[in-house]
Design a protein around this ligand. Structure first.
Ligand code: SME
Length: 151
């Protein structure tokens, strides 16, 4: 399924007020993980209260040991402080990287803004080398904007 086909499905899930926000976000993770061949783990991390750390809120794929990530650590922790998209074509080339699985070859992390504040992020791991393009970034920025609307 391509990104254009996925957009209305993402919107439909996020607008379903019969289920809570966390469940809706889990369903979005599952939708993306199941329909984009090179998305092997999809999760949303958010700032954990007043702490300078991220906490995993929703995900699809293998459970991870890294449910809490300090700001500045790993790709996710760097995005928490940089406010910038981070596309990693080859995780082996990164010094500041937290490995979740030996199968992961590439990663993309896109910050999620509410009223201009970086409150969280979507994180995708891929078992395919160098799979992400500007289209992924554009789509994931859009997904985060849609999630921000229901937070
Ligand atoms: N690889 C991430 C950690 C989170 S896992 O990918 C689920 C990082 O370096 O921040």
């Amino acid at each position: 399924m391509n990104f254009q086909e996925l957009r209305p499905q993402v919107e439909q899930i996020l607008q379903d007020s019969n289920i809570d926000v966390k469940q809706r976000m889990t369903q979005v993770c599952e939708l993306l993980e199941q329909n984009i061949s090179y998305y092997d783990w999809v999760g949303f991390y958010f700032k954990n209260g007043n702490k300078e750390e991220l906490k995993l809120k929703a995900f699809a794929g293998e459970p991870t040991d890294h449910e809490i990530i300090p700001f500045g650590k790993g790709i996710c922790g760097q995005v928490a402080v940089s406010n910038q998209n981070f596309v990693v074509p080859d995780v082996k080339a990164q010094d500041n990287y937290i490995a979740c699985s030996i199968n992961v070859k590439a990663e993309i992390v896109i910050p999620l803004f509410v009223n201009g504040e970086n409150v969280g992020q979507i994180d995708i791991d891929s078992h395919t080398a160098d799979p992400f393009t500007a289209e992924d970034e554009e789509f994931l920025v859009w997904v985060n904007q849609k999630v921000a609307e229901i937070l």
